[in-house]
Design a binder for this molecule. Structure first.
Ligand code: KG4
Ligand code: ZN
Length: 361
């Protein structure tokens, strides 16, 4: 990509560091969107035998990987520390033991290399990821972030002005995929496994419940957000799948996962229900705020059925749906460095007593 074709400031390189969950990632990005390198070391294989992320194992893996991953980011970008204007690091939300590894590394390098430090919210960075591969600006717009840990809807005025308008009351969308995959005897992470099995299934075979989010319903306030405009719920859907597989008392266990009757149809019908809920909520939110663009990101944004149905529904409503390419849907540090550039340009640098938090800001 031609860095020189960018406006003033575009050649300012930001090092991004991401360790909020089970990916150790570092990236160097210019001007908020030109990715010079993006290294992601996934721990999926390490956690797979446990059926989910084990926080202590994640933290220890980050400790081993963080410095080599940062070195690889510099080598792949063919850049040196002198070229970097600032260090952006994820400080929230996430597993605290994991966040602290990335934050401590970022602080150590900021101090040793005399670089400013910028704190980045992981979910807001997911939103930014959906804009990085585009030439135009989508603002004002709405954004749906659907990942293993989060399901959130934002009203966005700029990369740094995001208002949370929707969140889940129970499971995150990706978590629902992972738990249903476990019920169906599929591996971890569940999203890709369910999507693959669903290709051979009938999405209309089972009418699993769709929790219809009501825009502006005051009863759906949660502790995380006092009065979200939209709320999601996936636990009833998950329980329905459980009853379908194990009977109404949820006790009968098939001898092997392959023996689950209509397994592909269950996967396809479950996926369809999640997708319908997400598409409905995003469109209701876009209508409410008269937004022309819906950004969709996070690991679940890799889902092909979601991409198809969201794109078609947006088109029918005269809107555009923007998805990042799959590598920027899942956790990565390019989105941290990308949003970090905007924060750095806005003067949002932090002192070395900067702390991390497991919660959203
Ligand atoms: O954004 P991400 O990498 O990590 C978090 O911040 O949580 O998202 C991981 C989640 C997992 O729950 C995984 O099952 C889900 O994204 N996922 C998918 C697909 N690919 C990954 N869900 C549905 N369909 C997919 N193709
Ligand atoms: Zn994420």
């Amino acid at each position: 990509m031609d860095v020189h074709a960018q406006p003033a400031g575009a050649r300012e390189y930001i090092l991004g560091i991401e360790t909020s969950c089970d990916e150790t990632a570092a990236a160097i990005v210019a001007g908020g969107r030109i990715v010079r390198s993006s290294i992601v070391e996934s721990q999926i294989a390490t956690h797979a035998p446990f059926g989910g992320v084990v926080p202590e194992i994640a933290g220890r893996s980050h400790v081993r990987s963080i410095v080599p991953v940062i070195e690889r980011a510099f080598a792949a970008a063919e850049l040196r520390w002198e070229d970097v204007a600032a260090i952006a690091v994820t400080t929230r939300p996430g597993l605290i033991g994991s966040l602290l590894v990335g934050l401590t590394a970022a602080k150590a390098f900021a101090w040793a290399k005399l670089k400013p430090l910028v704190a980045i919210d992981h979910i807001e960075a997911h939103v930014h990821a959906a804009t990085m591969e585009r030439e135009t600006s989508p603002y004002p717009c709405v954004a749906l972030v659907v990942s293993g840990g989060h399901t959130a809807l934002y009203r966005c005025r700029s990369p740094l002005e995001l208002e949370l308008v929707g969140c889940t009351m129970d499971d995150a969308a990706g978590e629902a995929f992972d738990k249903v995959a476990q019920i169906l005897g599929l591996g971890y992470p569940g999203g890709p496994a369910i999507a693959k099995l669903a290709l051979a299934g009938d999405p209309a075979r089972f009418a699993f419940p769709r929790y219809r989010a009501k825009v502006r319903d005051p009863f759906h306030a949660t502790s995380e957000s006092p009065r979200p405009l939209v709320s999601f719920s996936f636990s009833g859907l998950k329980t329905s799948v459980l009853y379908q597989v194990r009977g109404q008392d949820a006790r009968s266990l098939p001898r092997s996962p392959e023996d689950i009757p209509a397994r592909a149809d269950i996967a396809a019908s479950f996926q369809e229900a999640v997708v319908d809920v997400l598409v409905d909520a995003a469109l209701a939110c876009a209508r409410e705020f008269q937004a022309a663009t819906v950004l969709v990101s996070g690991g679940v944004a890799c889902n092909q059925r979601l991409r198809e149905k969201m794109t078609a529904a947006c088109k029918a409503a005269g809107l555009e749906a923007w998805f990042p390419s799959p590598a920027y849907c899942t956790d990565n540090a390019a989105m941290i460095a990308g949003l970090g550039w905007h924060a750095w340009r806005a003067g949002m640098t932090c002192a070395l007593d900067l702390d991390a938090s497991p919660r959203r800001g």
